[in-house]
Ligand binder design. Structure first.
Ligand code: NAP
Length: 473
């Protein structure tokens, strides 16, 4: 834990395990109610001076943190693979993506402008300024344990807010490594505070109800987001909610099914499918299903499963046993209702995989709307393929979900892609693109996938209040 510029170690804590080996990597202190209060108090006190610093100064510290992240890229990536499981190559990519948010918001800090607004009265002037919201309570998930932190702290700090972060219980070590960076970069005491915690409820409650916290920013499941949002509403807190997803991938009849299978094999199995924007329903025209499945199966069969620290591994472990049970239940349900397993469909526990949480990369065909996997977020390496007949139904089928985070479109026709872009009720759309994300582009969902955006100008606006003065001159 890092509170008011001090590390609080040597307390009773909880163990952090490597999901590939089941071994304990380290332990971290478990915070109590007094720690939560101390962290909020520190952030509240620090805000009084931090808000008055210049954007240039805040940018300088963010640049320094970005430099340190870049220098420590390999070390951070290795820690991430040991703690969270994704293959090292993917961890290196995440550290790069995470660092981008510090760089981008270091630059954006200097572009928080006010306005002079014309008045209807001759002797009146309107001035508008944008001020930091105040103390931010931030809660992050384990699946992207570094970039989900920088995507919140980059803009919050750039705006002049102070922060208390509660990372996921499974990945506190990545958070600790990031806070070592913030400390080394020179952020003043109390500006960034870290609470490691095994039971998140008291921290969540404090972030929602403590009057010193002005904003809650949450990334995680829709179920938890719904609960926190309801509590925060009672106290009229500002909130940003980055929640779950159920991304459709629409392969239109004019698209090359082999090219689409290549792209979707890459994005589906990234981070073992444990991504909020992972495709969860892949729609392929019935005339192209065979070619699509053939290519997808060939590619998936080449994916090596194992410890992500080893060279050439494409599929690491899932985060825990509960994740294995959930996806296996979805696969069993689909099979019982008539889906075919084209590849995988089993837990893997032979030899070196015995102590970890491994599941074979899986392809299901013949998936229908009655199956659980068609509606529930999977968060695992399962690619459900659905054959369709009529292209005109496709956008409505894709929109028939409570979620609205990401969608993917494969088509070579400009009119089709524009129709899909305009018609899909999703916040992020990849058009012949399996990586529609960047620090410079707004990221976020509609409907049960949340509210607010991270990244881009929208990302910093989430941490700003607008203040207007009408002045008679
Ligand atoms: P989760 O169970 O909702 O947990 C997310 C965070 O909330 C963790 O830090 C967790 O702490 C904490 N939490 C859980 N219950 C809480 C409570 N009552 N009060 C306060 N905090 C609480 O989600 P997850 O399994 O970590 O992450 C996977 C989910 O995140 C998926 O649904 C995925 O789609 C979503 N996600 C969304 C985005 C996006 O940008 N939209 C990005 C990444 C992930 P503990 O770890 O201690 O339980």
């Amino acid at each position: 834990m890092f509170i008011n510029g001090e590390w609080l170690d040597g307390r009773p804590g909880f163990a952090v395990t490597n999901p590939a080996t089941g071994q304990t990597i380290d332990t971290v202190p478990d915070c109590n109610e007094a720690d939560i209060d101390a962290a909020i108090a520190a952030a509240h006190t620090a805000f009084a001076t931090w808000r008055g610093t210049t954007a240039y100064h805040r940018a300088e510290l963010l640049y320094r943190a970005w430099e340190l992240m870049t220098e420590r890229k390999r070390e951070l990536a290795e820690l991430m693979t040991r703690e969270q499981g994704k293959p090292l190559k993917a961890s290196l990519a995440e550290v790069g993506y995470g660092a981008d948010f510090l760089l981008w918001f270091a630059e954006e800090a200097k572009r928080v402008y006010g306005q002079l607004v014309p008045s209807a009265r001759e002797n009146q002037r309107f001035m508008v300024r944008r001020d930091p919201v105040g103390v931010v309570g931030a809660i992050t998930p384990w699946n992207y344990p570094i970039s989900m932190i920088t995507r919140k702290l980059g803009p919050a700090l750039a705006a002049g807010c102070t922060v208390v972060l509660k990372p996921a219980e499974s990945t506190p070590l990545c958070a600790r490594a990031m806070f070592e960076i913030f400390e080394a970069a020179g952020f003043p005491k109390g500006v960034v505070n870290l609470l490691t915690v095994s039971d998140p409820s008291a921290t969540g409650q404090a972030f929602c109800s403590d009057p010193r916290v002005r904003k809650l920013t949450f990334t995680g499941s829709t179920a938890v987001g719904r609960k926190l949002n309801a509590e925060a509403a009672l106290h009229l807190k500002r909130v940003s909610m980055e929640l779950g997803g159920h991304a459709p991938a629409l392969v239109f009849p004019d698209a090359d099914p082999v090219h689409a299978a290549k792209g979707l094999s890459l994005v589906k199995f990234l981070n073992m499918g444990q991504a909020c924007i992972s495709p969860n329903r892949i729609y392929v025209h019935e005339d192209h299903t065979e070619a699509f499945l053939g290519e997808l199966t060939r590619r998936v069969a080449r994916l090596r499963v194992g410890n992500g620290m080893e060279e050439g591994i494409g599929i690491g472990p899932l985060i825990n046993e509960a994740a294995i049970e959930k996806i296996d239940a979805q696969v069993q349900d689909a099979v019982a209702q008539g889906a075919q397993v084209c590849h995988g469909g089993v837990r893997m526990s032979e030899g070196a995989l015995a102590q970890g949480h491994f599941y074979a990369p899986t392809i299901l065909s013949g998936v229908t709307p009655q199956m659980r996997i068609y509606r529930e977020e999977t968060f695992g390496p399962i690619a459900p393929v659905i054959s369709y007949r009529d292209e005109d139904d496709l956008i409505a089928l894709a929109n028939d979900t409570e979620y609205g985070l990401a969608a993917y479109v494969y088509s070579d026709r400009l009119d089709t892609t524009m129709r899909a872009f305009e018609g899909l009720d999703f916040g992020i759309i990849g058009i012949n693109d399996i990586n529609p994300t960047s620090a410079a582009a707004p990221f976020g969902g509609m409907k049960a996938s949340g509210m607010g955006r991270e990244g881009a100008q929208e990302g910093i606006a989430e941490y700003l209040e607008t203040k207007t003065a009408g002045m008679v001159v």
